[in-house]
Design a protein around this ligand. Structure first.
Ligand code: UD1
Ligand code: BG6
Length: 372
């Protein structure tokens, strides 16, 4: 079952290129010359116009599934021109959120059985909203109870820490955002750029997985730390949150993902020459702002680990040594979180093994939380 891998988590991290291929299979349509043409979502065709007419789109889930919602929010807003808001499922229930008949609510869940997400779905149905599922397990409660949806087709995920489901959830929602904007001529070029990027994802991800030994070397330098902060913004705010969640849930090391724009509003007080920090600064519209964050951190002698685009040497001088600069292959800006999370998944895996903790069954956690 684990094949050549010591743990399911490692196997599932390395399965991501194939899993994403499965997510795309039959949904990305090519012309006779093999050029990507459009996205076709069989299970969604009857519902796309209703979603386009809705007052807003709400993305709802827990844990890693919620982080995947953060990763696609910006693109979904851009392509649909609708307000897109995010809700943690437990908070929907605690607040008894105002949901309406003309809302489209997307419920994201690997297992399709998480109690809070299922209860939030039942609540949304009682308010008459259109309910859409992004689910891995076919036949699960959330898959059955939603009006329509997309199975992410990632294959069984056994490790409690979600890895391949995260990247397949993002891929599925990118496809949904593309399908929702198909009527828009003004966005045709942007859509084509993204679709071309999507079809290259499996290969790009394979190249990112080659960072495995580099991340092991980095993990060795961090093994005795008590805390790790990760700074991201824009498309990669989710990467900071999800990287931190991986590190805390499996390596049992305190870690926080921080929106870099909030750095001066509190987190900067923690920065000194000892605390390790990860800054995600791949090339996109946030790049110059992230460069300025790095300069400010280095001015305080911070220990910066930098995730940068592979052909970008301009930030090398800000890393304390060559272990601290991680170069990732570049894709279309909105797809970059799918690549940037890979070294962080590998880092959390190696940290866990080096610290002697249980990789696939972290202390106190369950794969599927079926009680509120
Ligand atoms: C479907 C088949 C797939 C087949 C393909 C061929 C299933 C489960 N999938 O995939 O095996 O290769 O047609 O055209 O039989 N749904 C929900 N909620 C969810 C997820 C899905 O209601 O959370 C609904 C969808 O709206 C759809 C059905 O379940 O009606 C199947 O969804 P999905 O597997 O994503 O559809 P296809 O990709 O068309
Ligand atoms: C649990 C898992 O907390 O539930 C997480 O340990 C997961 O990995 C979360 O992200 C949500 O689960 P699901 O199945 O609804 O995506």
């Amino acid at each position: 079952m684990k094949g050549n891998f010591d743990h399911f988590m490692k196997k599932e991290i390395h399965e991501q290129p194939d899993a994403i291929q499965q997510t795309m299979r039959g949904r990305v349509v090519f012309d006779a010359d093999g050029n990507v043409q459009r996205v076709f979502l069989g299970g969604m065709v009857d519902y796309l116009s209703t979603i386009r007419r809705s007052r807003r789109i709400i993305l709802c889930g827990c844990g890693t599934s919620y982080n995947s919602a953060i990763a696609v929010r910006q693109l979904m807003e851009e392509l649909t021109e609708l307000p897109v808001t995010l809700e943690l499922a437990s908070d929907v229930l605690d607040r008894q959120c105002p949901f309406f008949r003309d809302d489209s609510i997307i419920f994201i869940s690997q297992s399709g059985e998480t109690a809070d997400t299922l209860r939030a779905l039942e609540y949304a149905k009682s308010k008459g909203a259109l309910c859409i599922g992004i689910v891995n397990v076919v036949g699960s409660a959330i898959s059955r109870a939603t009006d329509c949806g997309l199975h992410i087709n990632a294959g069984a995920e056994i490790g409690v820490a979600s890895t391949k489901a995260y990247t397949c959830q993002i891929t599925s929602m990118v496809l949904l955002a593309l399908a929702l904007s198909e009527d828009s001529r003004s966005r045709a070029d942007r859509r084509m750029d993204i679709m071309r990027g999507v079809v290259t994802l499996p290969d790009t991800m394979r190249r990112a997985l080659e960072l495995d030994q580099k991340m092991l070397a980095l993990a060795r330098t961090l093994v005795d730390e008590n805390s790790l902060l990760l700074f991201g913004r824009g498309y990669n705010y989710a990467t900071a949150l999800e990287g931190a969640l991986k590190v805390k849930e499996v390596a049992l090391l305190h870690s926080e993902g921080i929106l870099a724009g909030e750095m001066k509003h509190g987190p900067l007080a923690l920065v000194d020459e000892t605390l390790p920090l990860v800054v995600i600064a791949t090339r996109d519209s946030s790049y110059l702002k992230q460069k300025s964050v790095i300069e400010q951190l280095r001015a305080r002698d911070a220990r910066c680990i930098l995730i940068v685009s592979e052909d970008d040497d301009s930030l090398d001088k800000f890393a304390s040594n060559e272990d601290m600069i991680i170069k990732v292959p570049e894709v279309c800006d909105c797809l970059q979180p799918l690549i940037n999370i890979v070294p962080l998944q590998l880092l959390s895996y190696h940290l866990t093994v080096l610290r002697g903790h249980n990789v696939d069954q972290p202390r106190n956690l369950a794969k599927s939380v079926t009680v509120e």
